[in-house]
Ligand binder design. Structure first.
Ligand code: GLN
Length: 193
């Protein structure tokens, strides 16, 4: 099994460090052809508009849809979650639509650009998940096929649909590896097919 980390912009290096620590075979993805060799892809945090522009210009759109089609796993954190969504607002922008969620960008406002909180996930159980939010989006709608793994302030912040996981915060910036481990299990299932 091999994991790819989209390495255009943002905190892809932090995800790479986590994968290295977990002893996983992984690569930085900068060309669409590389998607053929992986069974899971991480879309990091950063600036979704910049990543979107790159994905469109470099011909990533179809190969990404194909990876999803053949059951590949995805983990999108913050900007990555925005890219995975079906609908993006504030302002509207195209997205991959691999998860039936709507997200509003930069939804916490200027006063609270960034914050850290701890929330107990009913799915993961104790200890609480440490959540680092940086100019984070809010998930404003989840479709019927989407499971909410954690909430914060009444909004879903960690969701799963099939082999896709999206977090509006940054698990790669904490020492808690449970979210990456769950993603790797999904990618394992994908590579076993
Ligand atoms: N504000 C960024 C965006 O809208 C996301 C921020 C992040 O990934 N930490 O793309």
């Amino acid at each position: 099994m091999r994991i790819g980390v989209l390495a255009v912009q943002g905190d892809f290096a932090a995800h790479g460090r986590v994968l290295k620590q977990l002893g996983v075979s992984w690569c930085e993805v900068r060309h669409p052809e590389q998607l053929r060799e992986i069974s899971g892809l991480i879309l990091p945090g950063g600036e979704s508009t910049t990543m979107l522009k790159f994905l469109l210009e470099e011909g990533f759109w179809e190969p990404l849809q194909e990876l999803a089609h053949r059951g590949g796993a995805f983990l999108g954190t913050c900007a990555g979650a925005i890219l995975l969504a079906r609908e993006v607002t504030n302002p509207r922008q195209p997205s991959l639509g691999l998860m039936d969620i709507s997200v509003e960008r930069n939804a916490y406002g200027r006063q609270i650009n960034s914050f850290v909180d701890r929330v107990l996930s009913p799915v993961f159980g104790p200890p609480p998940l440490e959540m680092v939010y940086i100019r984070a989006p809010i998930i404003t709608r989840v479709g019927p096929g989407v499971e909410v793994l954690a909430e914060h302030g009444g909004y879903p912040v960690l969701v799963q649909q099939g082999r896709c996981l999206a977090a509006t915060f940054h698990p790669e910036l904490t020492d808690d590896r449970r979210i990456h481990t769950r993603f790797l299990q999904l990618a394992e299932a994908a590579s076993a097919r």
